[in-house]
Design a binder for this molecule. Structure first.
Ligand code: GSH
Length: 402
């Protein structure tokens, strides 16, 4: 396996930059991702390296993200695979906190979503796919970037997650499979009631309960509060429109069925590529989804999408029981150190552990109470400490600079 593609030349790089622009314009044609549907997205179009007076500008990459957000996971994974250091700004997007609606954040990302990437020159890029391809541009590979601080010295390591322009076939495949993964309606699959699937795992069920209703209510209030600020008002309105579309997809049986059908079709396409493509056909299993030797952006995208299916307990429904090639693929994807660091560890550290401990303690407290046990006071005190610790964990990455 060879991730490093050190001999990429300037011509290749220019072509790759151009390609990254084209990719932005052509991805996500499945129609199931309202963020990339031009008839829906109105004011919420993504931006690429746009100057922004509200963004930090200190020669570092800044990432605004949330531990268990799929889009954040993809972006962290790309940064990790490329070994690009970044300053983390944890934006808590769960109901009851909703930091993504705070005016300072909306001025960075008017879609009111994570992730948002700020370049070392203080420019803002939004939309996960757009960010992924942008991280392959020369800004992050050229040694001409004026990096001053020591933490950015790795920025020129030139680990490429796109095949070189000398291989247009593989480039096209990467774009195609990134778009296929991005088109999977993960929000609907995560929060919706999927026929034949168990409910969301326990700590998350509480985290997302009433998410869409609460968000819509909050956004209506924000539209009213900021009615004289065109930028904020229109951003909140655009966001509200999208929330209602997503909610509709989850609640209308025919629309939910369309999501399920499209997801099955995407899995079949993925399986075909794995069975007939470089993944299965290379000696010693060196191949990846789109290349016989190179791990690419398409692998980053699918590593996270497939992991979401496992987490949501719908892997069996969509791939684990039908497609052994996809299962074998996930094993290799998830074993990569960058995946463990960018996805698994972030999840454990920032959300799962505190919430699990809290629920376990609460349960024990109830048992002690039922038994009229004197030690219940001790358990109650311990629960209180853990609840405070969990909330502190969730909020501790909140940045004062935003
Ligand atoms: N494709 C869009 C979607 C982003 C997205 O939906 N992000 C989710 C997390 S994966 C989010 O921030 N949700 C909070 C919300 O919608 O309020 C993008 O990359 O900008």
């Amino acid at each position: 396996m060879n991730n490093n593609n050190n001999n990429i030349n300037n011509n290749n790089q220019e072509a790759m930059d151009k390609m990254s622009d084209e990719a932005t314009a052509t991805v996500s044609s499945s129609g199931l991702n309202p963020y990339t549907d031009p008839s829906v997205a109105s004011v919420l179009q993504c931006v690429t390296a746009e100057s922004n007076a509200f963004a930090p500008y200190d020669d570092k990459i800044h990432l605004y993200h949330f531990a268990t957000s799929l889009c954040s996971q993809v972006t962290r994974l790309v940064l990790e695979e490329k070994q690009l250091p970044y300053e983390s700004h944890h934006v808590t997007i769960v109901a009851g906190v909703h930091e993504q609606y705070e005016p300072d954040y909306v001025r960075l990302n008017r879609r009111c979503v994570v992730p948002t990437l700020v370049t070392p020159t203080g420019k803002v890029t939004t939309d996960t796919t757009n960010i992924m391809f942008y991280l392959e541009s020369k800004e992050f590979t050229s040694s001409s970037v004026g990096i001053k601080n020591s933490t950015s010295s790795d920025m020129h390591n030139s680990i490429h997650l796109m095949p070189p322009t000398s291989n247009p076939k593989e480039q096209a495949l990467v774009k195609q499979f990134v778009a296929l993964g991005d088109g999977v309606a993960c929000e609907v699959l995560t929060f919706g009631t999927i026929p034949g699937a168990p409910p969301l795992p326990s700590p998350y069920r509480h985290l997302v309960k009433g998410t869409h209703e609460q968000a819509a209510k909050e956004l209506r209030q924000l539209i009213d509060v900021h009615k004289d600020d065109n930028y904020l008002r229109d951003s909140y309105q655009g966001k509200l429109d999208l929330i209602l579309i997503n909610q509709d997809m989850m609640e209308q049986p025919l629309k939910l069925k369309a999501v399920m059908d499209a997801t099955h079709a995407a899995m079949e396409q993925l399986n075909q590529q794995l069975v007939n493509g470089p993944f299965s056909t290379t000696p010693n299993n060196q191949g990846w989804l789109c290349s016989d030797h190179q791990y690419t952006l398409a692998d980053c995208q699918w590593a996270v999408v497939l992991y979401r299916f496992k987490f949501r307990n719908i892997a069996d429904l969509f791939y684990a029981s039908q497609y052994p090639a996809i299962v074998a693929y996930t094993e290799r994807l998830w074993a990569r150190p960058a995946f463990q660091k960018a996805v698994v560890k972030w999840e454990q550290k920032h959300v799962v552990v505190p919430y699990l401990i809290r629920s376990k303690l609460r349960k024990r407290f109830q048992q002690h109470n039922n038994n009229n046990n004197k030690s219940s006071l001790v358990v109650m005190a311990a629960s209180a400490v853990v609840v405070v610790a969990a909330l502190w964990q969730l909020g501790r990455h909140r940045q004062s600079g935003r």
